[in-house]
Design a binder for this molecule. Structure first.
Ligand code: NAD
Ligand SMILES: NCCCC=O
Ligand code: NA
Length: 504
């Protein structure tokens, strides 16, 4: 077991490069979901703190050391942050697990991803210097034109708890690479590592106000950020209902938003797969990794009827082998869900499925050997029909529902039978068929013969009610850039649209 006695730092809000007590001095308890114990507290920002942070960010934009630096200089800061994250990886990973219930293995992998994401956007920040001003040839003797890419300004980043630091960094790294000044509002359910990012920024000497971190409740801290007149954009990751509120607030000021929301993603398994075990493992990884609290979790298994029984049999064998324990224990593969609220919500989805007539093939309860903590067994549900809640709604927990199909057409129809459109997976050795599914799936992310692998270079986001806009890749950087066209009249001749008064 890793050292669970890692002290939980008592931090304040990180504003203008320093720690600052919230104006109203309120704090929110930190709960370890594995023990249900209070292990510390975080500051609770309100509208007053948002105002102070926005002012600090505006000053940073106006200063030479941030707003008008080169991408190459900003890249140095990003690389310094990446190096510090790696230096502190073990403590950060432990804190992430204590706060969110994520297995230590996954938390450590997240820290590598966090550092990799800063490195990736450092490369893009450097490359931006040569793309900052692009001439556009009009074949005109009278006009010279070019297009500028400039930082968008002050940006608000509102993020969820499922990958507490990683989801924040998917926005922080490109925002800083672009030269914006950012205000990060992480989830009140898991904010520790985001506050530690503040300490890292302080240690590496990030110019003050370039990144500000306001922990606090959604409506109290996130709400005023979304509706602030001097915040130029909101980039949000979280649930659909909150996304809708943020879009409504932003709409009042015609403020741009990007929304990364939930999903109910399908994984379609065909009978031509060579190896049932390989497909079974990907299927389980697609829904039980991070205890199913993944926006892109492939939570609907659509399996060809001819192999359904054999495949379910294999899934059960693999599922029974998953170690469920305190996330800091070695080889733990399934920790608790994040909070009491999430625990109740997941169990309610399972009991509703049962009362609607579905069969709980495996799991569905608290594991018997764990008396405390928000643990839910990995759960597989069969006899599902398309009108059931469990087929339609995002559970955000370790719950897989299963349907069978006979034909390819039927599989596509079932896969797209959702209001969401984040991700979709197909398992088949038929290359042409995989191409047909790639085209037919109504989603932003397609996995072929796998589920969930995620790379910094690739765009991340969905369609339908999974939101719009893209994080990651070059698209993630474009989110934070203003495109400005510049047109110069270069002719010595008059424009001659009006009759010249000197000719009267
Ligand atoms: N598409 C993606 O990339 C992606 C990634 C991770 C999570 N998610 C989604 O996130 C959801 C789970 O995360 P969650 O429970 O933290 O979501 P949530 O919507 O409850 O909270 C997300 C963030 O919004 C803040 N917030 C809440 N109410 C607010 C308000 N009125 N105004 C401004 N901010 C407010 C919260 O404090 C938190 O920081 C799931 O639906 C999941 O699918 C999506
Ligand atoms: N692999 C990272 C997925 C992020 C969404 O929840
Ligand atoms: Na917590």
């Amino acid at each position: 077991m890793a050292n669970r006695n890692v002290p939980i730092p008592r931090r304040q809000l990180y504003i203008g490069g320093e720690w600052r007590e919230p104006v109203k001095k309120n704090r929110i308890p930190i709960i370890n979901p594995a023990t249900e114990e209070i292990i510390g507290d975080i500051p609770a920002a309100t509208a007053e703190d948002v105002d102070i942070a926005v002012e600090a960010a505006r000053k940073a934009i106006a200063r030479d050391d941030w707003g008008s630096t080169t991408g190459a200089k900003r890249a140095k800061y990003l690389r310094a942050i990446a190096a510090k994250v790696l230096e502190k990886k073990s403590v950060l990973a432990t804190l992430e697990s204590l706060d969110s219930g994520k297995t230590l293995f996954e938390s450590a992998a997240d820290m590598d991803d966090v550092a990799g994401c800063f490195e990736y956007y450092a490369d893009l920040a450097e490359a931006l210097d040569s793309r900052r001003k692009i001439p556009v040839n009009l074949n005109s003797d009278s006009f010279k034109t070019y297009v500028l890419r400039e930082p968008l300004g002050v940006v608000g980043l509102i993020t969820p708890w499922n990958y507490p630091l990683l989801m924040a960094i998917w926005k922080v790294a490109p925002a800083l690479a672009a030269g914006c000044a950012a205000i990060l509002k992480p989830s009140e359910l898991a904010s520790i590592t985001c506050l530690e990012l503040g300490e890292i920024c302080r240690e590496i000497g990030l110019p003050s106000g370039a990144l500000n971190i306001l922990t606090g409740l959604g409506p109290e801290a996130g709400g005023p950020l979304a509706s602030h007149p001097h915040v130029d954009k909101i980039s949000f990751t979280g649930s659909g209902p909150t996304g809708s509120k943020i879009m409504t607030a932003a709409a009042q000021l015609v403020k741009p938003v990007s929304l990364e929301l939930g999903g109910k993603s399908p994984i379609v398994v065909f009978d031509d797969i060579d190896n049932l075990d390989i497909a079974a493992e990907w299927t389980l990884f697609g829904i039980f990794a991070n205890t199913g609290q993944v926006c892109s979790a492939t939570s609907r298994l659509i399996v060809q009827e001819s192999i359904a029984s054999a495949f379910l049999d294999r899934l059960l064998k693999w599922t029974k082998n998953i170690k469920i324990s305190d996330p800091l224990e070695e080889d733990c593969k399934l920790g608790p869900v994040v909070s009491a609220g999430q625990y109740e919500k997941v169990l309610k989805f399972i009991s509703n499925a049962k009362s609607e007539g579905a069969t709980i093939l495996y799991g569905g309860k608290r594991p018997q050997h764990l008396k405390k903590g928000y643990y839910v067994q990995p759960t597989i549900i069969t006899d599902v029909n398309t009108s059931m809640e469990i087929w339609k709604e995002e559970v955000f927990g370790p719950v897989l529902c299963v349907k069978t199909f006979k034909t390819e057409e039927e599989a596509i129809e079932l896969a797209n039978d959702t209001k969401y459109g984040l991700a979709a997976a197909v398992m088949s050795k038929d290359v042409r068929r995989c191409e047909r599914f790639t085209k037919a799936f109504q989603s932003g992310i397609i996995w072929i013969n796998c589920s969930q692998p995620t790379f910094n270079q690739l765009p991340w986001g969905g369609k339908k009610r999974s939101g719009f806009g893209r994080d990651l890749g070059e698209w993630g950087l474009e989110n934070f850039l203003n495109i400005k066209q510049v047109t110069e009249y270069t002719s010595a001749e008059p424009w001659a649209f009006y009759k010249s008064p000197s000719k009267n």
